[in-house]
Write a protein that binds this ligand. Structure first.
Ligand code: F6R
Length: 611
């Protein structure tokens, strides 16, 4: 989604801003723009398309050298992605520049009022209303900080905001409500960004702004208050990843790199937590709420997209192993249906980014209703992590590929750890605990083995690259794997794919099956293996083209399937961690075979910070 980067200091700002914008490209965007201040004036350049197109425009139309400036990559909500609608937006006098992530919900009311007062709008965006509103308030002699503060009091919606004024050209005023914003603290220079990736090359010292805070940032200092002018003391924190983790390291795409990182990221999710010899788990972030978890009346897992799929697998683990009734909800549905939630419920928010607007709103809803609200989050210091009462970081490291891969398997690993921790606290024997702990401990090596099938999967993708529909089927804990496989294929190769519980096929989707329909079965040798095999037979009888994800010792399946991708055996509920990996590779190689943009698929954003 939209990206923000700003620099104020001693160095020429434009190269730093453009580099930052490139590091934010993974978030998904459709136009970009910059503004710099020089000699009491603001200078802008904005362009539809990629940052490279903005750079080309800057070659033709050079901006003056400056040590303060800001850049934005826009993912269109209000107004099509063209040069005019790109940020930064200015006011009538051209003395104010605004970049904004989020949505101003009451922009139409504010715009109408400002137009009556004589303001002339150039763009179709909601953001432009902020520049004119700030301009209007500054007319009364207010300084920039006060004007931004007062303007935001009139605004409904969400924002991560950076404002510059040619009248106070040595500073930014920034504010946050519902959209992420961090300050990067340097030596004689400071930065502002929506995402640490934009500033990590320059500083690892950051300040996370909280909702409702406004900050004034100059080269040597920053001050933070609430909208009501109450001073806030901010702590400087250190980012726990480095530049190498957000680079491709020799892989053609971030997605491929991240798929191959999984043996390591799964290990990282367990490191220092899984106690193999004691058959137990220690999760520091949950110790203070362990009793709540163990005695929960029910657990509600909430997320969106891939994180929701992880939650569905978690439901099987928590109900079957830890014996706690568990429900899984789409965050976007939960937040608006006035759900019955009590203080005996534990709500687990699943989120890679920790910034998804719907998941954050669901968190607030559950908190307001008295539930114990816990986060299972990847991005350290993100809003969901900070607003939760406790939780577990999945420690997958920065995930840059828009299609989530390593975060998913790390989420599943953490859900398995939480499950084992609860199960042991509820009386699971040490012997049984050890069996599960050993299975978990063996997963990284087994994932490595699955990755060894990459060449076979690439050949498979070549075989099926002309197919325009796919069906993914699985049962039990592998039904969410089927959903995830279908989602991955849709996202990056734009092929229509449906995930279904295998047994549901005969209630409708079976009508789709003919000799042209590829059907991917996730069919490990678990308790319901024979049942899924019957579904495989049903597809075969109708001449569907069967691709099976099956265990190494399964010789039955090769008689029925046209292609078999092998995965090692593991304990049933941990199977999804292995079974999803070939599906990630299949979607990757299908996208390569069809020539789509793997890391920046059309229309998608890495972190969906608007409703
Ligand atoms: C799919 C994908 C999305 C996200 C969803 C939630 O590959 O990445 O479906 O899973 O937008 O995002 P987070 O986990 O950041 O809350």
């Amino acid at each position: 989604m939209c990206g923000i980067v700003g620099y104020v200091g001693k160095r020429e700002c434009l190269p730093i801003i453009l580099e930052g914008l490139k590091r934010l490209e993974y978030r998904g965007y459709d136009s970009a723009g910059v503004a710099v201040a020089q000699s009491g004036k603001l200078f802008f350049q904005k362009k539809a398309g990629k940052v490279s197109e903005l750079e080309a425009a800057l070659v033709l139309n050079r901006l003056p050298a400056s040590t303060i400036g800001m850049g934005h990559s826009r993912w269109a909500t209000h107004g099509e992605p063209n040069d005019t609608n790109a940020h930064p937006h200015s006011d009538c006098s051209g003395t104010i520049a605004v970049i904004h992530n989020g949505i101003i919900e009451n922009f139409q009311t504010l715009k109408t009022k400002l137009q009556k007062d004589g303001h002339v709008f150039k763009s179709a965006t909601d953001t432009e209303v902020l520049s004119h509103l700030i301009e209007e308030i500054m007319k009364n002699g207010n300084d920039l900080f006060t004007a931004v503060r007062l303007a935001l009091k009139e605004v409904q919606g969400a924002y991560g905001l950076v404002v510059m004024s040619s009248k106070e050209p040595e500073k930014f005023v920034v504010a946050k409500l519902g959209s992420p914003l961090i300050l990067g603290i340097g030596d004689g220079e400071n930065m502002v960004a929506s995402d640490a990736a934009a500033i990590i090359a320059h500083t690892r010292q950051v300040v996370y702004l909280n909702d409702g805070e406004v900050a004034e940032v100059s080269a040597d200092a920053f001050k933070t208050t609430t909208l009501d002018q109450v001073e806030v003391t901010k702590e400087i924190k250190k980012i726990d990843f480095d530049l190498s983790q957000i680079e491709r390291a020799g892989f053609d795409h971030f997605m491929l790199k991240e798929i191959h990182e999984q043996p390591e990221t799964i290990r990282n999710a367990m490191r220092g937590r899984l106690q193999v010899e004691q058959g137990g788990v220690r999760l520091g972030g949950l110790e203070h709420v362990q009793a709540k978890l163990v005695n929960a009346r029910r657990i509600i897992i909430i997320g969106c997209g891939t994180s929701w799929h992880a939650g569905l697998v978690g439901e099987y683990m928590l109900e079957q192993i830890a014996k706690i009734p568990t429900e899984v909800e789409y965050a976007s549905e939960f937040r608006y249906r006035n759900p019955v939630v009590t203080s005996e419920d534990v709500v687990l928010l699943m989120s890679q980014s920790g910034e998804t607007a719907d998941t954050l709103a669901a968190l607030k809803e559950a908190k307001a209703k008295g539930a114990t609200v816990l986060g299972v989050v990847n991005v350290v210091g993100s809003t969901i992590a900070r607003e939760s009462m406790g939780g577990v970081y999945v420690h997958a490291g920065p995930e840059i590929g828009v299609a989530s891969t390593k975060a998913f398997t790390s989420q599943l690993t953490v859900l398995a750890l939480i499950t084992l921790m609860i199960a042991r606290a509820k009386g699971m024997s040490e012997t049984d605990g050890k069996i599960l702990a050993k299975e978990l401990d063996a997963l990284p090596d087994k994932v490595r083995k699955v990755l060894g099938n990459a060449d076979q999967i690439q050949r498979l993708a070549d075989e099926f690259k002309g197919s325009n529909n796919f069906l993914y089927l699985g049962r039990g804990a592998n039904f969410p794997v089927a959903l995830e496989g279908a989602l991955k294929l849709k996202e990056i190769s734009y092929i229509h794919a449906e995930g279904y519980p295998a047994a549901e096929m005969k209630h409708g989707p079976i009508a789709l099956i003919d000799k042209n329909m590829p059907v991917v079965f996730v069919v490990p040798k678990d308790a319901i293996y024979e049942k899924v095999l019957s579904n495989v037979q049903e597809v075969r009888a109708r001449k569907g083209r069967i691709i099976a994800i099956a265990n190494e010792d399964d010789h039955e399946i090769e008689k029925l399937a046209e292609f078999v991708i092998r995965v090692p055996r593991t304990y049933g509920f941990f199977g999804p961690i292995l079974n999803v990996v070939p599906l990630q590779l299949l979607s990757y190689y299908m996208a390569i075979a069809r020539g789509t943009n793997v890391d920046q698929p059309r229309n998608l954003a890495k972190s969906v910070t608007v409703e």
